[in-house]
Design a protein around this ligand. Structure first.
Ligand code: ZN
Length: 310
């Protein structure tokens, strides 16, 4: 069993409109945009990162907004729900706020004893806010969203799978413990993680497979401290038979990827070097940062990418 994996690092999803996506995560949810860069493999598409003040691993929601992308179809083999941690007693504030912004899919629920408010982003992607009373992580606050209400990073991610058996085994191998099962949901958690320590597996045996598009999660990334830990994890996964990519430099972290049983794409990302390696903390996310291999395209990219507010 691996001990290097420390919970979630980031989640990456697909969207259809950069400006709308930016407004939703910075204004409605009150996250900080910590990086404005481009998709390394398709540099005419943004890669936008939203999180806490410095984009601490476990807080970072990232997007590839492909202009006018068709919506995905939800189903099995995908992340169905990404859950943020908010302070106890804050859900009424959030219900009013999200209603004010005409957010779709608002629904209060109780999951493993946690009070939750479900909602969808403008592309129909599933999210929830969960009241967590003992979450010590620092918050990014705005004029409209103070410390009594602000998001503290991810709490968990929920995966929908036709068969949860192989994924349960994989999570166990990655260092997750089975915590509880209720109805069709099995909960797993890792100790000493980034705070975003929980994964819920939703068993949906009859569901058809999801098709990716706007509103779909593209991949889920787990955190390791450094490159040495990442190499240990990579070797262990290869030895177990997973087809893992080589280590890829993503400028703000190093990444490896592998496809899991049931279809979800996993990434293992390092906590080093972080988002303030090329911008000071006070100005994170404001300038368009390009990876060095695409710097020569700056002029044409700046002309083509949809302007979004600083
Ligand atoms: Zn990623």
């Amino acid at each position: 069993m691996l001990t290097q994996i420390k919970g979630l690092h980031h989640m990456t999803s697909l969207a259809a409109d950069a400006r709308e996506n930016n407004a939703f995560f910075t204004e409605v949810l009150g996250l900080r945009r910590v990086k404005k860069t481009v998709n390394f493999d398709a540099p005419d598409v943004y890669h936008l990162y939203y999180g806490d003040e410095v984009g601490t691993p476990g807080s970072v929601m990232t997007y590839f907004p492909f202009p006018n992308m068709m919506r995905g179809r939800h189903g099995a083999g995908e992340i169905g729900e990404t859950v943020f941690s908010v302070p106890a007693g804050s859900l009424d504030f959030w219900a009013d706020r999200l209603q004010h912004y005409n957010v779709h899919g608002l629904e209060k629920e109780d999951v493993f004893g946690e009070k939750r408010l479900r909602f969808q982003n403008p592309d129909g992607e599933g999210f929830a806010l969960a009241e967590i009373s003992d979450d010590p992580r620092a918050q990014w606050t705005t004029d409209a969203i103070g410390t009594d209400h602000a998001i503290r990073g991810f709490h968990s991610a929920g995966m929908r799978l036709q068969d949860t058996g192989a994924m349960s085994e994989l999570l166990g191998f990655m260092g997750y413990q089975h915590v509880d099962t209720k109805d069709n949901v099995a909960r797993f958690a890792v100790e000493d993680g980034t705070g975003a320590n929980t994964i819920d597996l939703h068993s949906v045996p009859g569901a058809s497979m999801a098709q990716q598009g706007a509103g779909s999660v593209h991949h889920i990334a787990f955190s390791v401290e450094d490159r040495a830990a990442q190499l240990d994890v990579r070797k262990a996964l290869l030895d177990t038979g997973y087809a893992v990519t080589p280590v890829i430099d993503r400028d703000y972290f190093w990444a490896i990827y592998f496809r899991t049983p049931g279809g979800v794409l996993f990434e293992i990302a390092t906590n080093e070097p972080g988002f303030n390696r090329d911008e000071d903390t006070a100005h994170l996310g404001q300038a368009l940062k390009l990876p060095k291999q695409h710097e020569h395209l700056r002029q044409s990219l700046e002309a083509r990418l949809q302007p979004i507010p600083a």
